[in-house]
Design a protein around this ligand. Structure first.
Ligand code: ZN
Length: 307
């Protein structure tokens, strides 16, 4: 039941000698999701010891170079490694130009299908799910159409206590109702209360990715009680005007969103290189939302199970 985020790249538009452009990999129950694919993503994937063949889904936030320039390298390497499994890409419809260019010019005999899921609706929407997890896209507010992504476990069923299973020899129909959290009656009319029959399930865990965006209050209800939030924080408060002008956030604004949404932990990234001491941004964010940290590349961020 792994829930582990690795930040592969967290710089803003210009990479530095110590920071890569935007890319994250999220391991949810051994499903590996790549989020953004800035230049150098495949190198960071290697360093993080992520197996390339495990990645079947890539989510792109928007069509700015620092978020997508690594895509050609990743696709090309997948092909060289003999990949045959379909790869699902999610993002703005313009992504199709990039994929067409790649396949026409660099990989006319690409051996694995690339399935593009164009995100067109401008609201909170389910874009992928399986029996354990669900992924939502939602609009951010930037200079070009940009999407954030929310990754969440599905509600787990209640666990029936073993001794109760033995004691009552429950039929499948009753087990189903109890797992849904309901009380049931036996054939003899005895009420079996769910609270006595079952253990409560673990709370579902969640991670949200918001880069790039200016301060956008509409995010607050979507990010309600998220366990781990990555929010861009390109500028310090003194450059608030520049943040608005360029479609980015200040560290205080990122922290305000985290506080209003009641998230548990905030990671800030996409910090501008103009600040020699990024701790200024961290201090500004912590003043509003204390549980904030600057993204550390290749560090594993885990979300623990809780009841
Ligand atoms: Zn951008």
């Amino acid at each position: 039941m792994t829930f582990e985020l690795t930040v592969l790249g967290s710089s803003s538009a210009l990479p530095t000698s110590t920071k890569f452009p935007s890319a994250h990999v999220l391991n949810l129950h051994e499903r590996f999701f790549l989020i953004d694919c800035g230049e150098g993503t495949q190198i960071q994937l290697r360093r993080s010891k992520t197996r390339f063949g495990k990645i079947n889904h890539i989510f792109l936030s928007h069509m700015h170079g620092d978020h997508v320039f690594g895509l050609f390298g990743v696709l090309s390497t997948f092909n060289l490694l003999g990949r045959k499994t379909p790869l699902h890409l999610y993002g703005h419809s313009d992504l199709s130009h990039l994929i067409d260019f790649y396949t026409n010019h660099f990989s006319p005999e690409n051996a694995f299908p690339i399935i593009l899921h164009k995100i067109v609706k401008r609201d909170f929407q389910l874009i992928h799910e399986d029996k354990l997890i669900e992924v939502y896209a939602f609009p951010l507010k930037h200079r070009v159409p940009t999407f954030g992504y929310l990754f969440r476990e599905k509600e787990r069923p209640y666990n029936i206590r073993k001794n109760m299973l033995v004691k009552y020899k429950l039929p499948i129909s009753m087990i189903k109702l109890l797992k849904e959290g309901k009380d049931v009656y036996t054939d003899e009319g005895e009420l079996l209360r769910n609270a006595e029959m079952t253990e409560p399930p673990y709370k579902r865990r969640s991670y949200a990715f918001c880069s790039d965006t200016m301060f956008y209050k509409k995010l607050v209800p979507l990010l309600n009680e998220v366990d781990l939030l990555y929010h861009e924080a390109t500028f310090a408060e003194e450059d608030k005007k520049l943040a608005k002008l360029t479609g980015h956030s200040t560290a205080s604004q990122a922290a305000t969103i985290a506080k209003m949404a009641g998230v548990k932990e905030l990671i800030i990234g996409h910090l501008s290189n103009r600040y020699a001491f990024p701790d200024i941004l961290l201090a500004e964010a912590r003043e509003i939302f204390p549980n904030t940290n600057i993204a550390e590349e290749l560090k594993k961020y885990t979300v623990a199970l809780s009841k």
